[in-house]
Every structure is written in C-alpha cells, then in structure tokens.
Design a protein around this ligand. Structure first.
Ligand code: NAP
Length: 229
C-alpha cells in the first residue's frame, strides 16, 4: 500500500527538497505551510495535497496528519510564539499511534550532555540566540523545549540534527554520529538536499527510532577520513 507522508514546513528550502524525495519514492504527500507561502509549492501542483495554516495551529496539524504513516517536521524557532514546541506537540498528539515522526533541527540541540561543541557554535547560540530573542526574531529556547518533549516521548521519533548547510547537487545519504564532537563530523557541512534525503530515508529505517543523529555529508573531508581509516 502507498505510504502517506505529511511534511510540516513544506514551503521552506528543506521542505521542498523533502517533497521531491518523497514523490520520488512513490509516497502520497500532504504538505503544511503558512497561507502566504502556498505559492511556493506551485511546482508540485496536482502532485501533493496542501493544508494551509500556521504549523503550531493544532487544528491545522490535526487535519494534515490524519491517516499519515509518517510525519516529517521542520522545526523552526522563528518569532516568539512557541512555534517549535507548539508544532512538535501537536504532531505528537495527533499523528497515528504507529506513525514515524521525524523532526529536523541543528547540532545545537543536545540530548544527553555528551556532545562536545566548538567555542564558535557555543558563542553563536549563546550571544546570537540572546540578540535574536531580544529582537523577537528567534526563540531558540523554544526549539530546545520542543526537543525536550520529543526526547521524553514514547512515540516512534527521530530527531535529525543538521550541520551547517549548503546548496548543490546530492552527494548521497549523509553519515551520522550520536554525538557532536565526533571527529567524523568535524567538517560541519551537508548539502541541504541530502539533509532532506536523510529525513525521508529515516521513514524506512527503524534503527533510527529514538535516535538524534548528528549528520554530515558523506563526502565531507572529515567523513572521508574516518571512512577510509
Ligand atoms: N540553515 C542552516 O544553516 C541550518 C543548519 C542546521 C540545521 N538547520 C535546520 O534545518 C531546518 C531547515 O532550516 P533552513 O534554514 O533550511 O530553513 P527552511 O528549510 O527554508 O525553512 C524555514 C521554515 O521556516 C518557516 N518560517 C520562516 N519564517 C517564519 C516565521 N516568521 N514564522 C513561522 N515560520 C516561519 C518557513 O515557512 P515559509 O515558507 O512559510 O516562509 C519554512 O517552513 C531547521 O530545522 C533548522 O533548524 C538549518
């Protein structure tokens, strides 16, 4: 039977790559995006169903995830409106009990205190996060809260932690580690198209259930160095 997959945050860069990968795999796709962004999905007109609305609107999520076997969620900390936690909570509350739930975030999300961060990333999150919060642009704490709830959940979740991102052709499925600070991740770069590929491939990979993989491009120098050791 054809799998039905909901993509929350479908109109963004990551979302649109995920739609294409999901279509390529023959999945039926439902995309959720803000009303004003529906036009960004024109390329997929006729191929997907679009549910328009804010992704932290529980009624919107309830409608969109109905009957879906998997939900791919772009967790974003934009605005000061509990966007990430509201979105994640609604997905966990309304998705089918056995649905695969796959969330995106960045390396800055720590699960068990065993990640090792560069001073650059620590400074960016601490100082940049505070300034952005003060400007009411970004609410990083809420993304952290969303991930805390995901980690505590017994749903079939995976939280994919992306490195710095770049555009370009696919280099294949990224490699991953349980902890930031693993030398394999040191290059800190992944093509966005491959971040999306990892998210979509996770639907069929039960080994990733209850994991928070930190990813890097398989062709990044640090990944190549570890692969060929
Ligand atoms: N960018 C990076 O370097 C980077 C690095 C590591 C991990 N990540 C992770 O990768 C994922 C995708 O990030 P991305 O940077 O590539 O972004 P993206 O895919 O372009 O997605 C941004 C999303 O945020 C929505 N959005 C923008 N402004 C908003 C607002 N004011 N209120 C509500 N929603 C708003 C967009 O919706 P509209 O289409 O409606 O505008 C879109 O769905 C995220 O989970 C992020 O944490 C990103």
């Amino acid at each position: 039977m054809t799998k039905k997959v909901c993509i929350v945050g479908a109109s963004g860069k990551l979302g649109r790559y995920m739609i294409q990968h999901a279509i390529d795999r023959g999945y039926e796709v439902v995309g959720v995006c803000r009303q004003g962004s529906v036009g960004k999905l024109d390329d997929f007109k006729g191929s997907i169903t679009v549910v328009a609305g804010k992704t932290n609107d529980r009624a919107v999520i309830r409608e969109a995830v109905a009957g879906c076997d998997a939900v791919l969620v772009v967790l974003v900390p934009w605005g000061v409106q509990q966007y990430s936690s509201g979105t994640a909570q609604a997905v966990m509350d309304f998705a089918k009990p056995d649905a695969r739930l796959i969330f995106s975030c960045g390396w800055h999300i720590a699960r068990d205190g065993r990640d090792v961060y560069s001073w650059k990333l620590k400074a960016l999150v601490s100082i940049g996060g505070r300034i952005a919060r003060w400007l009411r642009l970004v609410e990083l704490d809420d993304q952290v809260e969303a991930c805390r709830r995901i980690f505590a959940s017994d749903r079939r979740w995976t939280l994919v932690r992306g490195s710095d991102l770049t555009e370009g052709e696919s280099q294949g499925l990224p490699v991953w580690s349980r902890h930031v600070g693993d030398p394999m991740l040191a290059s800190n770069i992944t093509r966005r198209i491959d971040f999306a590929l990892f998210m979509v491939a996770a639907i069929e990979n039960d080994e990733l259930i209850h994991e928070a993989p930190a990813i890097v491009s398989r062709l990044a120098p640090s990944a190549m160095a570890c692969t060929f050791q």
